[in-house]
Design a protein around this ligand. Structure first.
Ligand code: 7MF
Ligand code: ZN
Length: 876
C-alpha cells in the first residue's frame, strides 16, 4: 500500500518546471529483491521559470536512496532532504550532472506500477506516475529527455529490452549480460519501459510510405509464441492506416511489443516498446473469441497510434490527459470502423458510452473531459477522459469534415512535434487550419454532465414549413451547478411517408448537421410535401440524450426505413426500452406482466431481413442491458429491472422460436475459422439466436447448445454455447460442461480467465457461493488483475441479478475484496469499487446497504490514496 496523504492537485497551480533534464542515462542491475538503479541526469535551469536557483525537487516513492552526487562530487546529506514522496536537493549552479544511486524491490511490488516481476519476467509500467517508483526524477510529462538505458542481468534473462535502438551488447566479467538501448526522441518519464526475461519472439518487417524498413517484433513466453500472429497482422494494418488517413509514418527502425500476464490495464504505448496485457494481444483461433480478435486489433491500433498522438506530441500535465487519450480512442475507433462494420462498431461504442460513461457523468466522480483537480491521477483514466473525450474529437471531425479535420491534425502535429501541450493547443490548431471559431465548443472540455435535448416539432401544411425546436439542458455535477449551452452538432435527416430521405436544402443534401448553440433554438425547413418524420442525432453525432415523443408506429417505421443504420438500431432500442419501462411499472404495481406484440413483430422482421449485416441484426435483437436500464432510471429498482428484462426475453424467445431456429440453422457453417468481419458477423447472429433459444429452457433447444459445445472448432462457438448453458441449463448439464472445458483448457491462462468470467457473470451460476468457490480455485490469484476482473469484476459489473441481491450480501462481499486488494494493488481496488459508488440512485433499502458497504471500506483502516479518493467522494 502507498503510504500517501490525501491531497488535491489543481490545474490552477500548474507552473513550468524549475529544471529541465536534457539527457537521462539509466543503469539497472537486475535482482528480484534488490535491483540497483543508477541514474545520471544532465540538468539545466529552465530559462522560462524565473530567477535564482531554487532547490531541485524530485519525485520518488518507496526508494532506498544510496547516494547523490553532482558533477562527480558526493553531495553531503546536509545539502539534500528526503521528503515523504521525493527528494529536495540544494543547487549551486544553473547546469550540472546529477547522479543518484538507489535500490528497489521488484519482487515485492504488487502495485504493478514502476518495475515489477510478472511470472519471472521483469517489466515496467510508468504511466502516469510510476517512474518515481524506479528512481528519483522530475516525474511530470512536460520534462522531456533523451534516455539511454543500460540493463545488466544474469543469464536467466537473455532478452533485455528498453526504448529505442539497441546500441551495445557485451558481458560483465562475472558472466552477466549487458545491453544498452538509446532512444533518440526526447520523451517524458511516463513513456520509459524496460523488459527482461526468457522470451521468444516473432518478427516481421514493415516498409513505410517513404521506403524505410522497420523491424517488428512481438515477445512472449515460449508457450504463447503461437498466439502472436493476429497482433502482428493488426500492427501492420494500423501502420498502413495511419499513413493513409493521417499521413503519419513510424519513426524508429524497430517497434517491439511484449505480452505480460500481470498488468493493471490493457496496454501501454512506451516509445518503441509497447507493453500489453497478455489478454489484449495473444490469440489463436482455438483459444480466442471473435471479440478478443477484434479487441486486439483495436488495442494494437490504439497503442501504435499513440506514437504520434501522445509520444511525438505529448501532454503538458495530467489535466490534459484527454488530449492524447480522447484523440487516440477516436483514431482507433475509426481504424476499427474501416477494418470492420462501421455501424456495428459505432453501436458497440455508443452502447458502452450510454451505460457506463453516462453513469459516470451522473455520479459522484463526474468530471469534465478537461478536469481541474484530482487527488490520484490513476483514478482519472476514466470513460469520460477516453470515451467522451473521443466523442468530443469526433464532433470536431463532424463540424470540420474529413478534409478540414485532416488539415487541423496536420497543423497540430507539425506545430507541436516534440512538445508537451494542452487540449487548448489541439483545438486552436483545428481552428487555425480551418479559419473557424470553436469558442463555444470549448465548453465540452470544461463542463461535466450529459446534456439532454428535448425536441418538439410542428408542420404547417399550408406553407409546407417544418419547424424543429430543440431545447438543451445539462444536469448539475460535482462543483458545477449552472451550465452554459453547448455547441452541439445535431445530424438530422427527414423521412417522407415512404421512408425516403427528403432533400434538406437547394443542393439536394438529405442530411444536415444542425448547429445547436442556444438553450432553445428552432430550425425551419421549407417546401416539404407533407409532415416528415425526423431522424435525430444520426450516427450519434453528439454525446447527449435525446427526448422526442416518437410513437410506437414511428419507431417501427424508423427501424425499417431509416437510411442511417445507427438510428435504425436506436429506434429498436427506444421501442424495447419503452416496453421494458412499462413492464417495470407493472411489476412494481403488482400487475400481471404482458408484452405487447409489436416488439416481437419488429424483431421478427429484423430477423427476416436478409439485406442487413448479420452483426447489425444481432445488435438489433439485443434488449437494452440491465445496466442501461439502470442508467436511464430516475431511481434504480434492481428487482423490477431484472423481472422486466427476464420476462421480456422469455416472451421474445417463445414468440420467435421458429424464426430463431431457422436463422440458427441457416448460419451453421463448416468453413474453417477465420476472424474476418463477414464471418464474425455470421457467428455473432448465430450465437445471439442460440442465447435466445436457450432462454426457453426447453430440452430440445438446450440440446442445440450442447451439440455446439461438443463440436465447436473455435472458441467463439464453444464459449457462446458454454455461456448459454451456464445461464439456462440444469446443473446436470452445466457441471460436466464446465468441468470438461476446464480440463481441456487449464493450461491456457486466457481461456481460464474466460471460464471464470462465464461463471461469475451468470445469474444462475455466479451466485455468491459460487464466486467464493472460484476464488479458492488454484488458478485464481488476487495479485493478478485479470483474474480479479474475471471473477470479482464480472460478478459486480455483469451479474446484475446476483450482485444486487436484496440482502446486500453482494455489496458486503465486494467491500471485503476491495479492502483486501487495496493492500496489494490500489489502482485495481479503486476501479473495482465503482459499482458501489452509485448508491444514491438506488431504492432506499439497497441504497443504504451499498452505502454501508462503502462505509465499511472507509472504516477498515488506512486506505491508499486511490481508494480513499473514490470512497470519500462517493460517501460525501
Ligand atoms: C484502447 O491509454 C483504449 C483504451 C493508459 C492505460 C491504454 O494506451 C493507454 C495507456 C487505461 C485504460 C484504457 C486504455 C489504456 C489505459 C485503453 C487501451 C486500449 N496510455 Br488506464
Ligand atoms: Zn491510450
Amino acid at each position: 500500500m502507498k503510504d500517501a496523504q490525501p491531497r488535491t492537485v489543481y490545474l490552477k497551480d500548474y507552473r513550468v518546471p524549475d529544471y529541465l533534464v536534457d539527457s537521462t542515462r539509466l543503469h539497472f542491475e537486475l535482482q528480484p529483491k534488490s535491483t540497483l538503479v543508477k541514474s545520471r541526469l544532465q540538468v539545466r535551469r529552465n530559462p522560462d521559470a524565473g530567477e535564482g536557483l531554487p532547490p531541485l525537487v524530485l519525485d520518488g516513492i518507496e526508494l532506498e536512496l544510496l547516494s547523490v552526487s553532482i558533477d562527480g562530487q558526493l553531495v553531503p546529506a546536509s545539502r539534500y532532504r528526503e521528503l515523504p514522496e521525493g527528494l529536495s536537493i540544494d543547487v549551486a549552479k544553473p547546469e550540472f550532472v546529477l547522479e543518484i544511486h538507489n535500490r528497489i524491490n521488484p519482487e515485492d511490488n504488487t502495485s504493478l506500477e514502476g518495475l515489477y516481476l510478472s511470472n519471472g519476467m521483469y517489466c515496467t509500467q510508468c504511466e502516469a506516475e510510476g517512474f518515481r517508483k524506479i528512481t528519483y526524477y522530475p516525474d511530470r510529462p512536460d520534462v522531456m529527455s533523451k534516455f539511454t538505458t543500460t540493463i545488466v542481468a544474469p543469464r536467466q534473462y537473455p532478452v533485455l529490452l528498453a526504448n529505442g535502438n539497441e546500441v551495445e551488447r557485451r558481458h560483465t566479467e562475472d558472466g552477466r549480460q549487458v545491453v544498452v538501448w538509446e532512444d533518440p526522441f526526447a520523451k517524458p518519464a511516463y513513456l520509459f519501459a524496460l523488459v527482461a526475461g526468457e522470451l521468444q519472439h516473432i518478427e516481421d518487417t514493415f516498409t513505410t510510405a517513404s521506403g524505410r524498413e522497420v523491424k517488428l517484433q512481438i515477445f512472449t513466453e515460449a508457450k504463447n509464441i503461437g498466439k502472436c500472429d493476429h497482433a502482428m497482422r493488426s500492427l501492420k494494418k494500423a501502420m498502413r492506416w495511419d499513413e493513409d488517413v493521417y499521413g503519419r509514418e513510424y519513426d524508429l527502425d524497430i517497434f517491439m511489443v511484449v505480452a505480460v500476464d500481470h498488468f493493471n490495464m490493457g496496454a501501454m504505448e512506451n516509445k518503441g516498446l509497447n507493453i500489453f496485457n497478455s489478454a489484449c494481444v495473444l490469440a489463436s483461433p482455438k483459444t480466442a473469441t471473435d471479440r478478443t480478435f477484434q479487441t486486439i486489433e483495436s488495442i494494437v491500433g490504439h497503442e501504435y497510434f499513440h506514437n504520434w498522438s501522445g509520444n511525438r506530441v505529448t501532454c503538458r500535465d495530467w489535466f490534459q490527459l484527454s488530449l492524447k487519450e480522447g484523440f487516440t480512442v477516436f483514431r482507433d475507433a475509426e481504424f476499427s470502423a474501416d477494418m470492420n462494420s462501421r455501424a456495428v462498431k459505432r453501436i458497440e461504442d455508443v452502447s458502452m458510452l450510454r451505460t457506463a460513461q453516462f453513469a459516470e457523468d451522473a455520479g459522484p466522480m463526474a468530471h469534465p473531459v478537461g478536469p481541474d483537480s484530482y487527488m490520484e491521477i490513476s483514478n482519472f483514466y476514466t470513460l469520460t477522459i477516453y470515451e467522451k473525450g473521443a466523442e468530443v474529437v469526433r464532433m470536431i471531425h463532424t463540424l470540420l469534415g474529413a478534409d478540414g479535420f485532416r488539415k487541423g491534425s496536420d497543423l497540430y502535429f507539425e506545430r507541436h512535434d516534440g512538445q508537451a501541450v494542452t487540449c487548448e493547443d489541439f483545438v486552436r490548431a483545428m481552428e487555425d487550419a480551418n479559419g473557424v471559431d470553436l469558442g463555444q465548443f470549448r465548453r465540452w472540455y470544461s463542463q461535466a454532465g450529459t446534456p439532454v435535448l428535448d425536441v418538439s416539432d410542428e408542420f404547417d401544411a399550408q406553407s409546407g414549413t417544418y419547424s424543429l425546436t430543440i431545447k438543451q439542458s445539462c444536469p448539475a455535477s460535482p462543483g458545477q451547478t449552472e451550465k452554459l449551452p453547448f455547441h452541439i452538432p445535431v445530424a438530422l435527416g427527414l423521412l417522407d411517408s415512404g421512408g425516403n430521405d427528403l432533400p434538406l436544402d437547394g443542393e439536394g443534401n438529405t442530411q444536415k448537421v444542425l448547429a445547436l448553440t442556444e438553450a432553445e433554438q428552432t430550425f425551419r425547413f421549407d417546401g416539404l410535401p407533407g409532415a416528415p418524420l425526423p431522424s435525430l442525432l444520426r450516427g450519434f453525432s453528439a454525446p447527449v440524450k435525446v427526448n422526442y415523443g416518437y410513437s410506437t408506429e414511428q419507431l417501427l417505421f424508423l427501424m425499417r426505413s431509416d437510411s442511417d443504420e445507427f438510428n435504425r438500431w436506436d429506434a429498436g432500442q427506444r421501442l424495447a426500452f419503452a416496453a421494458l419501462e412499462q413492464l417495470q411499472e407493472d411489476f412494481r404495481a403488482g400487475r400481471e406482466l404482458g408484452l405487447q406484440p409489436e416488439l416481437a413483430d419488429a424483431y421478427r422482421s429484423v430477423l427476416a431481413n436478409r439485406e442487413l449485416d448479420p452483426a447489425l441484426v444481432a445488435e438489433m435483437l439485443a434488449l437494452p442491458s440491465a445496466q442501461t436500464l439502470a442508467e436511464h432510471a430516475k431511481t434504480i429498482d434492481a428487482e423490477a429491472i431484472v423481472a422486466a428484462r427476464d420476462f421480456a426475453r422469455r416472451e421474445l424467445a417463445f414468440a420467435l422460436k421458429e424464426e430463431l431456429q431457422d436463422c440458427y440453422n441457416r448460419l451453421q457453417s463448416d468453413k474453417a475459422y477465420d476472424p474476418n468481419a463477414a464471418d464474425i458477423a455470421e457467428r455473432s447472429l448465430k450465437n445471439a439466436c442460440l442465447a435466445y433459444l436457450c432462454v426457453t429452457e426447453e430440452p430440445e433447444l438446450l440440446a442445440l447448445a450442447e451439440t455446439q459445445f461438443a463440436g465447436a472448432e473455435n472458441m467463439t462457438d464453444s464459449a457462446a454455447a458454454l455461456a448459454a448453458l451456464t445461464n439456462h441449463a440444469p446443473d446436470n448439464i452445466v457441471e460436466p460442461a464446465l468441468e470438461n472445458f476446464y480440463r481441456r483448457w487449464q493450461g491456457d491462462t486466457q481461456v481460464v480467465e474466460l471460464w471464470f468470467g462465464i461463471q461469475s457473470g451468470s445469474a444462475r451460476r455466479g451466485t455468491l457461493e459460487a464466486v467464493h468457490q472460484l476464488m479458492q480455485h488454484p488458478a485464481f490469484e488476487l495479485k493478478n488483475p485479470n483474474k480479479v476482473r474475471a471473477v470479482i469484476g464480472a460478478f459486480a459489473n455483469r451479474n446484475f441479478t446476483q450482485f444486487h441481491r436484496s440482502d446486500g450480501s453482494g455489496f458486503v462481499f465486494l467491500a471485503e475484496q476491495v479492502i483486501a486488494l487495496d493492500r496489494l494493488n490500489p489502482q485495481v481496488a479503486a476501479r473495482l469499487v465503482t459499482p458501489l459508488t452509485r448508491w444514491k440512485k438506488y431504492t432506499d433499502d439497497l441504497a443504504q446497504k451499498m452505502r454501508g458497504a462503502l462505509q465499511s471500506i472507509m472504516d477498515s483502516g488506512k486506505l491508499s490514496r486511490d481508494l480513499y479518493e473514490v470512497v470519500s467522494k462517493s460517501l460525501a
